[in-house]
Ligand binder design. Structure first.
Ligand code: AMP
Ligand code: TRP
Length: 326
């Protein structure tokens, strides 16, 4: 069985983009893969965090993982900082990566641009991500499109180390969704949907109430020509709505359009509201049940133990290859 690893930052506002680009794949993969799903709290602290909020968000994401259908009996769910190999391997890989390649990362440029002082953690963020992945001899990494460059870097580092020290790491592949890989902001379809955008109507969070879902979709930016067709370049707003519709229902855009007689954007939006509300209802219900249960902590502790059991032999292999320790 191939091994899958992925992670999500515990930073609140998990949205439809996270779900359709990444989380939905997590669930699909668990039947025929050995899956490890991480809550990457060490990545979260590359920008300032309130400690109380961070702890809360760790449990929020853990509960969401289970609420969307990740089964802790099949998959490993754990918190990154509970397995020390991530930070340890992160350092080893820092010593095998270049500031040049790291400063070329789009995400680094976006997060550091215009700032007077830039935290080192923002620069080395993708090296820690490479460590997450390589620590488990991962074959497949399900993520959204925005992580493509980080996956490429992970592969580069793995190949570099393998060439220099002999076969040490499995070289992983990214896995991207056809429809959901890049969900755009509802208020500005030229930018991706994000957790941190100021306008709450730019995104749909997985736990949004029905009334909020309706408001955000009904006011989504479209265009003025009134024609419903899929054309991301000239009609990014409408295309984004069709894309979300497609990703939520599993139908292709052609299939969706063939079966409809919508008279305008309003009709498309109304139906998308219903489709979204229906998709999120069971997630919200499951979430409420799990979030407050004591079971959650037990699942995360058990997950960390199982993760560590896989990571430790890989770490030993790395120490041996590099001549670290005794
Ligand atoms: P993050 O919230 O940055 O930890 O992202 C968690 C996962 O969601 C990653 O696999 C991202 O690639 C994915 N993701 C984030 N934003 C989007 C988006 N707008 N569309 C599709 N996937 C996304
Ligand atoms: N960088 C990813 C993001 O922002 C989160 C992440 C951290 C990750 N480590 C990972 C994703 C390992 C996949 C595999 O979305």
């Amino acid at each position: 069985m191939k091994r899958v690893f992925s992670g999500v930052q515990p930073t609140g506002n998990i949205h439809l983009g996270n779900y359709l680009g990444a989380l939905k794949q997590f669930v699909e993969l668990q039947n025929d893969h050995e899956c490890i799903y991480c809550i990457v709290d060490e990545h979260a602290i590359t920008v300032p965090q309130d400690p109380k909020e961070l702890r809360k968000h760790i449990l929020d994401v853990a509960a969401l993982y289970i609420a969307i259908g990740i089964d802790p009996k099949k998959s490993i769910i754990f918190v990154q900082s509970q397995v020390s190999g991530h930070a340890e391997l992160g350092w080893v890989l820092c010593c095998n990566s270049y500031t040049g390649e790291l400063s070329r990362m789009t995400q680094f440029k976006a997060k550091s641009g215009g700032k007077e002082s830039v935290g080192t953690g923002l620069l080395t963020y993708p090296v820690l991500m490479a460590a997450d992945i390589l620590l488990y001899d991962t074959d497949v990494v399900p993520v959204g499109n925005d992580q493509k460059q980080h996956i490429e870097l992970t592969r580069d580092i793995a190949i570099r180390v393998n060439n220099k020290y002999g076969k040490t790491f499995v070289v992983p592949d990214g896995r991207f969704m056809k429809a959901g890989a890049r969900i755009m902001a509802l208020d500005d379809p030229e930018t991706k949907m994000s957790k941190s955008a100021e306008n709450i109507h730019s995104r749909i969070s997985l736990l949004d109430e029905d009334s909020k879902i309706k408001k955000s979709i009904m006011r989504a930016t479209t265009d003025s020509d009134g024609e419903i067709r899929f054309d991301p370049v000239n009609k990014p707003g409408v295309s984004n709505l069709l894309n979300i519709y497609s990703a939520l229902t599993g139908k292709s855009v052609d299939e969706i359009l063939a079966g409809q007689n919508w008279r305008g954007y309003g009709d498309l939006k109304k139906e998308l509201v219903a489709v979204t509300q229906e998709a999120l209802a069971p997630i919200k219900q499951n979430y409420e049940e799990i979030r407050e249960s004591e079971e959650l902590i037990r699942i995360l502790k058990d997950g960390a133990e199982r993760a560590n059991a896989i990571a430790e032999p890989v770490m030993k292999r790395v120490r041996d290859k590099f001549g670290l320790g005794l």
